[in-house]
Design a protein. Structure first.
Length: 505
């Protein structure tokens, strides 16, 4: 779960992390009140910051939600972050910025052209910055340890730094059993070139930040920029915190910070039914049970010439109600032009899934092709249920059959032509490089074998000559070892080099 900047600063501040102060506002009037109070407290510079779940706000441009045109302020495009000096017109300036920002959308490099609606502002105190740094903490799954990353290149995209000047990023791995050690904090400070008061301030800062990271069960904490003030203090001017959803039951106060307006409505609805759903930009909706099968199904859709519209895993023990809810969520996406339901009945019975599909299609208006492939427990019963229903959908018996039906549906709806060789690729991928047993002709060796079988049959020792003959077509595996490349003599020489007279087997 992501939270807003002002919420992240509030959380980090509770654990002793020095942060830039400010107040949140949801209306222009609240923004003016916040600015007035901060001026009374001695602020000499104010920063009006749009609050959305995306980065690049400073360079982003506010667009009118109705006309989709950039909003002008003082003859220039209005940015997502605006600096306001404290003078005689400060409160009016803050009001005008808030009035033109709230309710409109902010378009940044991370939001894309569709942008995000700004529903709240952070009125923050200005900071006298001497230098900007970058800092983040997250889990490195490769080492099973938390990693602290810091860089002297603050205030810019860390991805760009990692690509162009990776040597400017210092890393410190923290053993989960030992925790962050003092020497590690000092090593990070030295890596950033911080000494004296600045170095001590950083050590205090990073120690508190790591403590907060653990205490709130964060998936990631990012501070960019982490500012060194002219007084030699380190503080968080901007921060991003992502929480581990699986740990939210331990943090009711943090869970209450969730802003559903920043999330995709379909993902929010799916979450209410404990569905693993991620909206994508494609045209073929898919409902699957099991993450692995879901990924394979999306590959099948791609190879068939379509684009997956979502990742949707209904889970292993899905009830009729849950399947129906999943179907409703999927059908609510206007981009979905074809639906592929691919369920393997292991824990969940296929007949229950079939009833869930019928129930959903009776309550949701469906005017697009629906392809259903059910296999596993009670698969035959499920297919009977689907075929006997009055609803219109296509039932596939195998993954191969489902892939062909997806191809036909995509071509029929005009979403993109699928060539025959593409369909062949689908079938090969569906079989996962296994050997296919198919009826076929006989090569010369098989004909010789048949002659021997015929001789045996005459003696009464052969098999039933009515059995169907098969040939096996090997599907090429690009990662398979080519045994023809091995040199037997070379292998034997290598073995002789390794073994000694003392080796005993």
């Amino acid at each position: 779960m992501n939270i807003h900047e002002h919420q992240a600063k509030e959380l980090l501040g509770k654990y002793g992390v020095p942060v830039q102060t400010g107040r949140v506002a949801f209306t222009p009037e609240q923004a003016v009140e916040a600015a007035h109070n901060m001026i009374q407290e001695g602020a000499t510079l104010l920063i009006v910051k749009s609050q959305i779940h995306a980065g690049g706000r400073g360079k982003g441009v506010i667009h009118d939600v109705q006309t989709n045109q950039p909003v002008q302020f003082e003859g220039k495009d209005l940015r997502g972050v605006k600096v306001v000096p404290v003078d005689g017109n400060t409160l009016d300036t803050v009001y005008q910025i808030a009035r033109n920002t709230l309710g409109n959308k902010l378009v940044t490099i991370q939001t894309g052209a569709e942008g995000k609606i700004v529903n709240r502002l952070l009125i923050a105190n200005g900071v006298d910055i001497d230098k900007e740094f970058y800092c983040s903490i997250l889990l490195d799954r490769g080492t099973s340890m938390n990693i602290i990353m810091a860089s002297t290149e603050g205030g810019v995209e860390i991805e760009k730094v990692a690509e162009e000047t990776p040597e400017k990023i210092v890393r410190e791995y923290v053993d989960p059993g030992a925790g962050l050690q003092g020497f590690q904090a000092r090593r990070l400070a030295f890596g950033l070139g911080l000494t004296g008061k600045a170095g001590k301030s950083f050590i205090t800062f990073i120690t508190a930040l790591y403590k907060a990271y653990l205490a709130i069960d964060a998936a990631m904490v990012e501070v960019n920029p982490m500012a060194l003030t002219i007084d030699g203090d380190i503080l968080a001017v901007d921060s991003k915190v992502s929480l581990d959803d699986n740990a939210l039951y331990r943090h009711a106060d943090i869970a209450a910070m969730r802003d559903e307006s920043e999330e995709d409505p379909l993902e929010v609805e799916a979450g209410k039914h404990d569905l693993n759903y991620i909206k994508l930009d494609g045209n073929v909706g898919c409902m699957v049970n099991g993450a692995g099968l879901a990924m394979a199904t999306m590959d099948i859709i791609k190879l068939a010439g379509g684009e997956p519209a979502n990742f949707l895993d209904v889970g292993g023990g899905a009830s009729v109600e849950r399947v129906a809810a999943a179907f409703r969520v999927m059908m609510s996406d206007p981009n979905v032009k074809v639906v592929l339901i691919n369920i393997f009945g292991g824990i969940v019975r296929c007949d229950r899934v079939a009833n869930g599909i019928i129930q959903a299609m009776e309550t949701v208006k469906v005017n697009i092709p629906v392809i259903v492939r059910l296999d596993g427990t009670n698969a035959e019963e499920a297919r009977d249920i689907l075929l006997k229903s009055s609803l219109d959908f296509s039932v596939a018996a195998t993954l191969k059959d489902a892939a062909e039906k997806v191809t036909e549906a995509i071509n029929a709806m005009g979403a993109g032509s699928v060539k025959e060789e593409s369909a062949a690729a689908v079938l090969n991928a569906a079989m996962a490089s296994a050997s296919l047993a198919i009826p076929g002709g006989k090569d010369e060796e098989e004909e010789d074998d048949d002659e021997e079988d015929a001789d045996l049959d005459e003696k009464g020792e052969g098999e039933d000559d009515e059995e169907e003959e098969f040939e096996f077509e090997e599907v090429e595996d690009p990662e398979a070892l080519d045994l023809r490349e091995f040199d037997e003599e070379e292998i034997n020489d290598d073995i002789d080099d390794v073994l000694t007279d003392d080796d005993d087997f």
